[in-house]
Design a protein around this ligand. Structure first.
Ligand code: GLV
Length: 317
């Protein structure tokens, strides 16, 4: 039987499936393992089922035992794994696309709504019990008739577009390459971010974290937006330069910000906590029972397929 390290605790039903097909090392206390601990625990393993908080960098990959042939990441994103280093050692890396698209797009809409309609302030007032309805009380931004910019029009970006259209928003997007008409579904393509950012009322970040997208929202590009923009990020913290964003918030260039992801998670830059127009969630994108179950199942399938065939449909390196 193949031996597999599962770095984080999964749902019971997923762990039961694993126990039937492999000799697993489970993380019963759900600790966050250090890189050394992952190297140590996986030394007799054929594969590792990782998650987004496991930083599998070049140094870690180089120290993994020769026995480890596959790393299956419990996520659609794989910025936590050095793909090149894995390829050099002939280790296959896989991810879990599709199954989390709807749940993540729902959270992207929640960020758009929460930021645009001043939910943080609204909850505070409601709890204070000393509010009164008035015509100009907590005036927010209306979605219908406004322009949503989607940065990264992959599966999740397109699912956000579909939802936002139902709210009456006009969809604009930037992507490395233009989509075909069917996938575009009426969305307006911009071949550079300046063109996109300068026409939109709301931004939804849905691109992967790569060297090209790291800190793509920075001091210079924040100037491309018109005053009063709403910016949301349900992808990865890497895309935002926090210092530049906080400066823009202080200067009131941004109406509101909605964040589900952060640089250096689980830490959140303390500056964000000082602004009542910043709507923050603790990385809940894929957090529904169905989605987490489906993600684990796919992460298991990926390893299983690799063990059986030497290949994997969801290989990313
Ligand atoms: C979650 O953040 C994922 O990439 O799956």
């Amino acid at each position: 039987m193949k031996k597999v390290l599962i770095t984080r605790k999964l749902l019971k039903s997923n762990e039961e499936r694993i126990a039937k097909i492999w000799k697993p090392i489970f993380n019963t206390k759900d600790e966050i393992y250090s890189q050394n601990k992952i190297i140590e625990l996986s030394k007799d393993c054929d594969g590792i089922l990782t998650s987004i908080l496991d930083k599998i960098d070049e140094n870690t990959i180089n120290k993994l035992s020769d026995k480890v042939r596959v790393i299956s990441n419990f996520a659609v994103g794989f910025g936590n794994i050095d793909l090149k280093a894995a390829s050099k050692r002939n280790i296959v890396v896989t991810n879990t696309p599709d199954v989390l698209t709807d749940a993540t797009a729902d959270i992207a809409m929640l960020l758009i709504l929460g930021a645009s309609r001043r939910v943080v302030e609204g909850i505070k007032w409601a709890k204070n019990k000393n509010w009164k309805w008035s015509v100009d009380f907590l005036i927010g931004k209306q979605l219908s008739g406004s322009k949503l910019g989607i940065l990264g029009m992959g599966r999740i970006g397109r699912a956000v577009a579909k939802r936002a259209k139902a709210f009456g928003m006009e969809i604009h997007y930037h992507n490395r390459s233009r989509l075909n008409q069917e996938l575009e579904a009426g969305a307006i393509y911009h071949n550079n971010i300046q063109s996109l950012f300068s026409v939109i009322d709301v931004l939804s970040i849905n691109c992967p974290a790569t060297k090209e997208t790291e800190k793509i929202i920075n001091k210079k590009t924040l100037n491309f937006f018109s005053k009063g923009v709403v910016i949301t990020n349900s992808a990865r913290g890497d895309m935002i330069d926090d210092d530049a964003m906080l400066e823009a918030l202080k200067d009131k260039k941004i109406f509101a910000l909605g964040l589900d992801v952060y640089n250096g998670e689980p830490n959140i830059h303390p500056g964000y906590l000082e602004h009542s127009n910043v709507f923050i969630l603790p990385h809940l994108g894929s957090a529904t029972e169905k989605t987490r179950y489906d993600m684990a199942n796919l992460a298991i399938d990926n390893i299983d397929e690799f063990f059986k065939t030497g290949k994997c449909t969801n290989k990313v390196n």
